[in-house]
Design a binder for this molecule. Sequence first.
Ligand SMILES: [Zn+2]
Length: 79
Amino acid sequence: MDAYTLKEKKNTKELHIFKGIMTSEGCTSNSTSICGKMQKTQSQGNIFTCNDEVEARIKSAKKGRKVCGTCVSHLYSNY
Ligand SMILES: [Zn+2]
């Protein structure tokens, strides 16, 4: 099952989504955001971690325009 983590980027405060896989010990996240514009090392904190696609959509929508549009659109096109 896919897991999504929303991270805040240092300096710009942009929010980008990282995709990973749910495991029995939690979840993983890729080293690069879905859009490719942010590295994990540029993160200054998580907004949420290990959410499924539906939860990630709802929480990203609540954050509004700070969330990267490319990352968000991936949540809606993944059928
Ligand atoms: Zn992004």
